[in-house]
Design a protein around this ligand. Sequence first.
Ligand code: SAM
Length: 279
Amino acid sequence: MYRKIFTDMYIENGFSFKEAVSEVDFVLEVLFEYTYKEYMLGKTLENRQIEKLKKIFTERVTSHKPIQQITGIAYFYGRKFFVNENTLIPRPETEILVSEVLKIAKNYKTSEILDIGTGSGCIPVTLVLENNNIKSTAVDISAKALETARKNADLHNVAGNISFIESNLFEKITEKYNIIVSNPPYIPLKDKESLEIEVKDYDPAIALFAQDEAGTEFYEKIIKNSGGYLLNGGYLAFELGINQAEAVYDLLKRNNFSGIEITKDYNNTDRVIFGKINK
Ligand SMILES: C[S@@+](CC[C@H](N)C(=O)[O-])C[C@H]1O[C@@H](n2cnc3c(N)ncnc32)[C@H](O)[C@@H]1O
């Protein structure tokens, strides 16, 4: 019954049925470890739990604040991550980037992977959890994002396998790596107004926007400087924004990368690109 009351709240406020059901189930699970199956078997909630849910869903439908920021939890690669106003909410598309990097890492007995713009730390934490021959360095310009990334490494007991460095791109980096990975800010600032409220008002602007017309400034800076931070035959792998594959492909080609491959996402959009440096 309560499940219907809360999904109705969403629908009355203009949300889709699909969104309503998935978010209500998400909150029930995250807060009370309560599954849909248990609901169907007639499990009930206490009054104080219902009151808490009412507060959460009211905030969600009136402010459009993402449910992950309200609960402080997001799922990535099937695992829980802490998120807040300082970290981008990890997206399913980024799981494709992680899967591609895990395939590349199989070329190495052990690998050192640098993640530029780590945010919640979802990329390095997942990499080291999925393959215990990986060690990672996580960089972000935001000290507050790094604080959350560290908490996520602690949550998953992998803090010993990840170093955290506050740095503007490569500025504070002194080592060389087998793989550099990045999901950089790639939305052109001019597109801000076309984004949904959940994104434009709540994801940190520093995580979203590139200042140039095409949104490719971070790819360019990272590609042009990566030579000094990649070991011989090392790889560079990126998540791509909409319509950026061709420009990033050209940048990689012109900067001595070969074997460039592009992977599409669930919507058939070019989403991940990687290449190998010739040196
Ligand atoms: C699109 S978010 C990606 C976050 C996370 N890696 C993920 O995939 O969910 C980009 C991240 O880059 C960071 N960032 C922005 N400019 C940066 C810079 N100049 N140097 C390092 N990190 C930067 C932001 O703080 C943000 O955490």
